[in-house]
Design a binder for this molecule. Structure first.
Ligand SMILES: O=C(O)C(=O)c1ccccc1S
Ligand SMILES: [Mn+2]
Length: 262
């Protein structure tokens, strides 16, 4: 089958509804939870602010529009390699220079929702990934790997989403070894449903924040605060995640979507 036939078939399937579009994106606005870093780690990103310019009024009789104060790493968002010191020197490492071919790719969904429900500090291991591959097939080069934990259901409030106590945040993510293993597969990026692409305990890992440190060191990408991974198959979906073309951007809120066979 030629690529032209393939595209034509996708177009027909989208129009017929036999391929559906799943929205993997959280609502974005002033109530969107933002990451809290303890003072010893540095400054924090502000929340989203919406400033009305006009609303069919004396400031604009026939139109409504706003301007925003919006962090690059807010809500469902894309992490570019320049976001981390380990990725700062790569070519094509910012939101405006990443090759657009990389914004559409197959996605592997590792479902550890039961484990995450039982233990908010659940960490995905190499062994667990290999068990997943034995059941669903090898993770292919150039694909995304995302961790389903159903954590997005907590995204209604900062308290439940960050899930922090006096010892820090408690939320699932990968071990450093798991990310190292996925990089041997030459994946394009790592994603999950929590506020960032690392576990809540990642600040104390080696290296600290391994999903950021190692993925961006390899000039690979991250996706954070994904939603509705429970609507995706383990394999077979196509992930579309195109960051805004911020000049020298380290990341960007995205409308993450998946194409799924009905
Ligand atoms: O990239 C992010 O949004 C994120 O999770 C993060 C940002 C800055 C510092 C640490 C982390 S862990
Ligand atoms: Mn980020």
């Amino acid at each position: 089958m030629t690529s032209a036939n393939t595209l034509s078939n996708i177009a027909s399937a989208l129009l017929s509804g036999s391929v559906k579009v799943v929205d993997l994106t959280a609502p974005l606005g002033p109530d969107t939870p933002v990451l809290y870093l303890p003072p010893q780690f540095g400054k924090n990103t502000p929340s989203v602010k919406v400033h009305t310019i006009s609303e069919y009024d004396e400031n604009g009789p026939f139109w409504a529009w706003n301007w925003l104060e919006l962090g690059e790493h807010t809500g469902t968002h894309f992490d570019a390699p320049s976001h981390w010191i380990t990725g700062k020197d790569h070519k094509g490492n910012t939101t405006d220079t990443i090759p657009p071919q990389n914004f559409v790719a197959p996605v592997n969904v590792i479902d550890r929702s039961k484990e995450g429900a039982a233990n908010p500090d659940y960490l995905l291991t190499v062994e667990s990934i290999k068990e997943w591959e034995a059941e669903h097939g090898e993770i292919e080069a150039g694909s995304w790997v995302v961790l389903r934990t159903d954590w997005y259901k907590r995204n209604g409030s900062t308290e439940t989403f960050l899930n922090a106590d006096e010892n820090g945040p408690h939320s699932p993510g990968p071990t450093a070894e798991a990310i190292e293993y996925l990089l041997t597969k030459n994946i394009i990026g790592w994603g999950q449903e929590t506020i960032g692409t690392d576990a809540g305990s990642a600040g104390g890992m080696n290296p600290p924040f391994p999903a950021h440190n190692l993925m961006h060191k390899a000039n690979k990408y991250g996706l954070a605060s994904l939603c509705h991974l429970d609507e995706l198959p383990a394999k077979g979906a196509i992930l579309i995640a195109a960051p805004l073309k911020f000049v020298k951007g380290t990341g960007s809120p995205v409308r993450a979507l998946a194409l799924v066979s009905k």
